[in-house]
Design a protein around this ligand. Structure first.
Ligand code: ATP
Ligand code: MG
Length: 652
């Protein structure tokens, strides 16, 4: 990759003088407050990750931290044995059995709370029920549920009996479910009758039925949660069992947690499908849980006495790692919210933070951009003073959005940790340690201790500060995927390079590092565009565009004629006009250079997003090029595609 042109990544993070120190009060109480942690990891190498494993309770202590004898098939804590559910539930019973583990808020205003003792009881009942249905260790159980407590409970019940789970986001289609059931060789399904979408009851069971017909394999049994009661009557077949009845039948039973090898499969999780067909990522039990627990504590700074809320859906990796496993392994109270952020009103998120006195809040840039679009009056109408740390993940966050988040949600002084990671990394890999490392808005930060991130050129040579390149990880890390459902060959081809100095994991992201080792994520390697004999990272151009007053989101692509096409959304009260077009072009010219002036600016009410909320650029590129669209099954708002296409055709 060439240099990205004038000023490169500076459009992201501004001058280095903009570094924001961790607030003194926060620093004083932070879990990670000793800068020596970086040196310790450097000095000890993989052995230092023992500190993460030591946050867990092991049935058999590991002796080996890392077996790297067959790279890139790395094994973490290979001779250790543990159970993930016991780590998330049982071990908290002595100290905090009556503490809330989950506070759930349903779409219709319903509330349910589970103490750790409640959680223990229901997880055991479900585990006993699953066994009764024939589920054995290593049988994969597919879960197709919305954000209701039964989802994390079922995950933990599976983990308890050593049955890997395969959670499929509830909004995905019957076809997507069928593919995932087959890909995971799964014979068991847990789903529900339906759930609410806004005001309406929506039939999930019929999608599940449809998937059963489409799937190649036969299911042995299914469990159906009655979410809607009388509002939706569904009939159950002979091999289908009602969840509540199953729990009642096994209430009070206990199931001994199965001691799993640390390398045994804990779950399968598909990637978001932003750049292509989703990949079925496999995570092992020990390394994954250790890395997740360590980062929950040291990056998100979560402690048992927090009330923590990760707003991501459990149907994606963020919800797995930081909505379920991280917080519960830590023994904290976690908020689970079924509804949408703007229902019944646009202050719903702030209302929940206020009423639960949430202390740590973790969400995505796409959500933050919506909050900005709706306006600061919504957070300002609530008391958010309980917040002591904010986190973000999923896409790059611009300095503007970062500051807005800190100002209007974080009371102006909460640390904001921008966390970079992937379904494949399992847990956070790049981020500041909020009690130690200064933050630079727009840059994710340095790699975490123990993460060997390097930004390299085509030949694998590190690029100079300020130049862009490929983000790679040069040594293994505990949360890493143990493989892909698609097989070892795909795993090797997709991610690994065997260069002169060893195996390198390719993240697929473009990045730049500054003199302090801070990384700015510039977009997907696939999203680099070639115009006027220059290469641009789309993310960098987008960051400049959203800097223009009134702009909320932007996606930049290149068309067939080598032109820059920018798709832009504006704040609710801003009418796009020529003045705004000029302002956007000027921002690009001053932040990146005259060559980056867009040839076309297309204003649209929304950008196409994946179900996990990421902008899908490849689709916008297809539109700009007048081509057939690729796979749109991962889209959350397919209806906007037609709209954008006709705007582009009309030439507005
Ligand atoms: P697919 O791999 O199927 O195309 P995906 O990469 O979007 O989908 P995920 O694993 O959910 O699937 O997302 C990981 C990607 O999200 C990262 O590779 C990166 O591009 C982006 N990302 C995550 N966190 C950040 C962050 N803090 N800053 C910038 N980008 C981020
Ligand atoms: Mg990816």
């Amino acid at each position: 990759m060439d240099d990205v042109g004038v000023d490169g990544w500076r459009a992201f993070g501004g001058a280095d003088g903009d570094a924001v120190e961790p607030p003194a009060e926060f620093r004083g109480r932070a879990a990670a407050s000793d800068p020596a942690v970086y040196e310790r990891f450097d000095r000890e190498g993989p052995e230092a990750w023992g500190a993460a494993a030591d946050l867990l309770t092991w049935d058999r202590e590991y002796e080996t931290v890392l077996d790297d004898s067959e790279p890139p098939f790395y094994e973490w804590f290979p001779d250790g044995r543990l159970n993930a559910a016991a780590n998330c539930v049982d071990r908290h019973l002595d100290d905090r059995r009556n503490q809330l583990a989950i506070r759930w808020f349903g779409k219709r205003g319903e509330r349910r709370s589970y103490t750790y003792l409640d959680l223990h009881r229901e997880v055991n009942a479900v585990a006993a029920g699953l066994r009764d249905l024939g589920v054995e260790e290593d049988d994969v159980v597919t879960l197709y549920l919305p954000m209701i407590p039964e989802l994390p409970i079922a995950m933990l019940a599976c983990a308890r009996i050593g049955a890997p789970h395969n959670v499929v986001f509830a909004g995905l289609s019957a076809e997507a479910l069928a593919t995932r059931i087959d890909a995971a060789d799964s014979e068991y399904l847990i789903t529900c009758d339906g759930y609410y979408r806004r005001e309406d009851a929506f039939n999930q069971k019929s999608k599940a039925d449809n998937a059963r017909i489409r799937a190649e394999g036969e299911l042995s049994a299914a469990v159906v949660v009655d979410r809607l009661g009388d509002e939706l009557a569904v009939s159950l077949g002979d091999d289908e069992h009602e969840y509540g009845a199953l729990v009642d039948a096994h209430d009070g039973e206990t199931v001994e947690p199965v001691a799993r090898d640390a390398t045994d499969l804990l779950f399968v999780m598909y990637t978001s499908g932003t750049t292509g067909r989703p990949k079925g990522v496999e995570h092992a039990t020990g390394g994954y849980l250790a890395h997740v627990a360590w980062t929950t504590r040291n990056v998100l700074d979560v402690r048992p006495d927090d009330t923590y809320w990760c707003a991501a859906d459990i149907g994606w990796i963020t919800g797995h790692s930081y909505g379920v496993y991280g917080p519960l392994a830590t023994g904290t109270t976690t908020v689970l919210y079924e509804g949408s952020p703007d229902y019944p009103d646009r202050d719903r998120v702030w209302d929940l933070i206020e009423r639960n006195a949430v202390t740590v809040f973790y969400t995505s840039p796409t959500a933050i951009r919506s909050f900005m679009k709706w306006g600061a009056e919504y957070p300002e109408s609530h008391d958010l003073s309980s917040i002591r740390l904010l986190g973000t993940v999923g896409e790059s966050i611009t300095p503007k959005a970062w500051r807005w988040y800190r100002e209007h949600v974080g009371g102006g002084d909460a640390p904001v940790v921008d966390t970079w990671w992937q379904t494949e990394t399992g847990a956070i890999a790049l981020a500041t340690l909020p009690g130690i490392t200064p933050m630079k808005p727009g840059k994710v930060g340095p790699p975490l201790p123990g993460i060997d991130a390097r930004v390299v050129d085509e030949d694998g040579e590190p690029v100079d500060p300020g130049e862009s390149g490929y983000l790679t990880l040069a040594s293994p890390w505990p949360g890493m995927l143990r493989g892909l459902r698609e097989g070892d060959e795909r795993y090797l081809r997709e991610y690994w390079l065997n260069g002169e100095d060893g195996w390198r994991y390719r993240t697929g992201d473009g990045a730049a590092v500054d003199e302090d080792g801070y990384v700015a994520i510039l977009g997907r390697v696939d999203d680099v565009i070639n115009v006027r004999a220059q290469r641009f990272n789309t993310g960098e151009l987008e960051a400049a565009i959203v800097d223009a007053e009134g702009v909320t989101e932007a996606a930049v692509v290149g068309d067939d004629d080598g032109q820059i096409v920018a798709y832009v959304t504006t704040k609710g009260d801003v009418e796009p006009d020529e003045g705004l077009r000029d302002a956007i072009a000027d921002r690009l010219a001053s932040a990146v250079g005259d060559v980056a002036r867009p040839d076309r600016i297309v204003f649209t009410p929304e950008l196409p997003k994946t179900r996990s909320g990421k902008i899908m650029r490849r689709l916008l590129e297809d539109i700009a090029r007048g081509e057939e669209f690729g796979d749109v099954s991962a889209l959350r708002n397919p209806e906007v595609v037609g709209e954008i296409e006709s705007t582009v055709r009309r030439g507005d």
